[in-house]
Write a protein that binds this ligand. Structure first.
Ligand SMILES: *[C@@H]1O[C@H](CO)[C@@H](O)[C@H](O)[C@H]1NC(C)=O
Ligand SMILES: *[C@@H]1O[C@H](CO)[C@@H](O)[C@H](O)[C@H]1NC(C)=O
Ligand SMILES: *[C@@H]1O[C@H](CO)[C@@H](O)[C@H](O)[C@H]1NC(C)=O
Ligand SMILES: *[C@@H]1O[C@H](CO)[C@@H](O)[C@H](O)[C@H]1NC(C)=O
Ligand SMILES: CC(=O)N[C@H]1CO[C@H](CO)[C@@H](O)[C@@H]1O
Length: 451
């Protein structure tokens, strides 16, 4: 078996040395994953000049790398099947689209490919040493640590952290995309990614209950949909292989969408997902001058602001749609009621514009408590951002199927966009919502004085 494997490896090497003009990501078979692979780190440089055909670089040959530009390293994680990461090409092209930089794909597929996760994990520090040698050479050629950016996925996030530690946190930036949790959870900072590893560390946690790391690891830690289950991902093992990796991989797709110009995902700094969903965390920054942080490539807009915090860390929450471009549009629905008794229940709100587009939000995470003459502000999240709302529909529900049907007597409802506070706020006065019955109405512009 071993001998056969050795033979196959030699054959592959011979092949790649002779007829490979554009080096490409190492493609291995599941067979390699079963027998395991020895570490071999390949660095491939992409630039705007060399967009489709990479150049193999190493610490003795920097190729077309222009040290005066930003250099972004992309480091993948565990590869249980040996295949190249499906998102790599998109990530490289997306980065080159937004900025004229050097992008280096760190291909450690030989090392990461094994069915035994511990074996891949045990190679992370060695990959970091190879990257350190390369960066040292860049520095000799005149590069600055400020311009070095590492994007690490899963185990790759910890590799980026190990490189950062070797430079005492002087690297420009590290982005961790769902940093690996298993074998790293609960480890001290020196054994994992940590906010001290770069001048700015931003992290997206998308699978905290399985493959990802739960606790904050950066200056800003984004938890899409609370960080647990991502919408659109299979909920059961019947979903096949996707069941295992969909949540984990979502962090990469969210980051990717920040490189495209479809929409920007805004996140809300908050202590908990629950508080975010209850609408308690919509005033970004103090004293509300700072706009909310953006997820992904432009997250470092918040760097200077976070530096002033002690410690310079925050968690940020947001919900996403189930597919690209993932954005959801946040609105507040302010409701004042005048029922004599307290009513508890949820509201479903549907918006329709003149063109007939409809978008709906169920505000059902926790029943709201409606108390006479008290304003309740509910956070509604819509898939589409309808600019000119023609009609609004509301459904009130207490969740009970049997028993009396309740009414919610609404003195005033107000709809206001969080992303576009300058947009006119929409109001409606004097409504009675019969439980579980849809009430449709045309809103009016709220009087300016009451805003
Ligand atoms: C570095 O890359 C150059 C050009 O591809 C190659 O000739 C050289 O052997 C490499 N050096 C090492 C140490 O791998
Ligand atoms: C390197 O980048 C700098 C700044 O972007 C540019 O002025 C210079 O011409 C580049 N050098 C080469 C060799 O392309
Ligand atoms: C997002 O924008 C890119 C161009 O930046 C486009 O190619 C892509 O189709 C868009 N995706 C969606 C879902 O709109
Ligand atoms: C609304 O519908 C029109 C026509 O169906 C479509 O072109 C437009 O993109 C939609 N607007 C939004 C915000 O989805
Ligand atoms: C335009 C350009 O610089 N192309 C280069 C891309 O990289 C390959 C090596 O992988 C060079 O041969 C090309 O000259």
């Amino acid at each position: 078996m071993l001998r056969l494997y050795f033979f196959i490896s030699v054959m592959c090497l011979v092949k790649s040395d002779t007829d490979e003009t554009c080096p490409s990501f190492t493609r291995l078979s599941f067979h390699s994953a079963v027998v395991g692979t020895g570490l071999n780190v390949k660095l491939m440089l992409y630039t705007r000049r060399n967009r489709t055909c990479a150049q193999a670089v190493n610490s003795t040959f920097l190729g077309n790398l222009n040290v005066t530009k930003k250099t972004t390293f992309v480091v993948h994680g565990f590869r249980p099947t040996g295949s190249p990461p499906v998102w790599m090409e998109d990530l490289v092209q997306g980065l080159l689209d937004v900025e004229d930089m050097n992008v280096i794909v760190v291909d450690w597929n030989r090392g990461a490919t094994t069915v035994i996760y511990n074996h891949a994990s045990s190679k992370t520090r060695k990959v970091a040493v190879v990257l350190k040698e390369f960066i040292d050479q860049m520095l000799v050629q005149g590069a600055s640590l400020d311009d070095i950016y590492m994007i690490g996925v899963s185990l790759g996030a910890h590799i980026a952290g190990f490189v950062g530690k070797m430079y005492n946190g002087q690297l420009g930036r590290i982005t961790g995309l769902d940093p690996a949790g298993p074998l790293f959870n609960g480890r001290p900072p020196e054994d994992r990614l940590d906010p001290g590893d770069a001048q700015f560390v931003d992290v997206i946690h998308s699978d905290i209950d399985a493959l990802g790391y739960k606790e904050p690891l950066g200056n800003i830690d984004f938890y899409p949909n609370g960080g647990l289950d991502q919408p659109g991902c299979p909920k059961t093992i019947l979903g096949g292989l996707r069941y295992f990796k969909c949540d984990h991989q979502r962090s990469v797709y969210l980051y990717l969408s920040s490189l495209r110009e479809n929409c920007s995902i805004t996140a809300y700094p908050c202590d908990s997902y629950r508080d975010y969903r209850n609408g308690k965390c919509v005033n970004c920054g103090i004293p509300q001058k700072e706009s909310c942080p953006l997820l992904g490539y432009y997250a470092d807009n918040w760097k200077e602001y976070l530096k002033q915090k002690d410690p310079p860390m925050t968690k940020a929450f947001f919900d996403t749609a189930e597919k690209e471009p993932f954005c959801m549009y946040h609105y507040f629905v302010d409701i004042i009621t005048w029922n004599k008794n307290i009513r508890r229940g949820s509201i479903t709100i549907k918006l329709r514009d003149k063109a007939g587009n409809i978008t709906e939000s169920k505000i059902n995470h926790e029943p709201a408590v409606f108390q006479k003459y008290h304003q309740v502000s509910l956070l509604a999240r819509f898939n589409q951002d309808l600019d000119k709302v023609a009609t609004i529909s509301l459904v009130f529900s207490t969740g009970s199927v049997i028993g009396p049907r309740y009414k919610l007597r609404v003195l005033r409802m107000k709809l206001r966009s969080l992303a576009h506070p300058e947009r006119p706020q929409l109001c409606r006065y004097d409504l009675v919502l019969m439980e579980n019955i849809e009430t449709v109405f045309q809103p009016i512009l709220c009087p300016k004085l009451l805003m």
